[in-house]
Design a protein around this ligand. Structure first.
Ligand code: BTN
Length: 253
């Protein structure tokens, strides 16, 4: 992958951290702050979201105090084709933070879920503010299941949380501090991100089902292209490229 060039965040270390008890969505809050002129580096964290946003137009729900719900405002000066590195870097920073604070190492499921085993631990949603075709702000949002007692039936078989995997209480504040420090460091060295991302990516080599808006197909995940898209081998000499969609890791037949 070629150099990302220029810095994604001119402020140095991330901050300040704005802590909210309750908000509709930390991503929405950070995007509005950006429109109102907030400086890059702002970190927004909430105990509870009433309208948390997920990927592909979904909602993201968590009981108050159960998850780390955080959004980071950036004003990147990098090339448009390198923007996906901001999300990948955040996933890596959060995976490293979980490892340091909770003592286990999540893997990444393409594009940016964190898994513990085959269960979802965290999800990410990046949104951009575009004015006259220019990206003026990017908000990278992450929800990490940190301290859950039980999950609603619809995700009981597929989700997990740091306290469950670690077998002990895990602090959201410690995880936030560890993430903010690591994400700040990752942002000034985006060239290292693709290789580190591939090393953490549990999707590679897996048999996968790809769920798109207009259908599904299966194959073997064989690579991630420079633009972040997933390469899936569907048969001898046949590869499909996925830019947006859901991946299901299938067990070997
Ligand atoms: C996904 O669908 O997996 C992505 C979920 C992203 C949720 C986080 S929680 C903090 C931030 N604020 C939001 O409204 N969404 C993201």
């Amino acid at each position: 992958m070629s150099s990302a060039a220029a810095t994604p965040n001119g402020t140095g270390p991330l901050g300040p951290i704005r802590r909210l008890d309750e908000i509709d969505s930390t991503n929405r809050y950070a995007l509005d702050a950006a429109r109102a002129g907030a400086a890059p580096g702002l970190v927004v964290v909430a105990d509870h979201q009433t309208a948390g946003r997920g990927r592909l137009g979904r909602t993201w729900e968590a009981p108050a105090g159960a998850s780390l719900l955080v959004s980071v405002l950036l004003r990147p000066t990098i090339r448009l084709e390198a923007m996906h590195l901001l999300t990948m870097a955040a996933g890596l920073a959060m995976a490293d933070a979980v490892e340091a604070v909770a003592g286990f190492a999540p893997t990444i499921k393409w594009p940016n879920d964190l898994l513990a085993g085959d269960r979802k631990l965290a999800g990410m949603l990046t949104e951009a503010e575009v004015v006259d075709g220019e990206v003026t702000a990017v908000v990278v949002g992450i929800g990490v299941n940190v301290m859950w007692t039980d999950f609603p039936p619809e995700i009981a078989e597929t989700a997990t949380a740091c306290n469950i995997v670690a077998g002990r209480a895990v602090s959201r504040d410690e995880l936030l501090d560890a993430f903010v420090a690591r994400y700040g460091a990752r942002l000034v060295d985006l060239d290292a991100v693709p290789e580190d991302y591939r090393a953490r990516l549990g999707t590679l080599g897996q048999r996968v089902r790809i769920e798109l808006a207009d259908g599904t197909f299966e194959g073997e995940a064989v690579g991630v292209a420079d633009d972040g898209s997933l390469e899936v081998r569907t048969g001898p000499g046949a590869t499909r490229t996925v830019t947006a969609g859901d991946v299901v890791h299938l067990r070997p037949a």
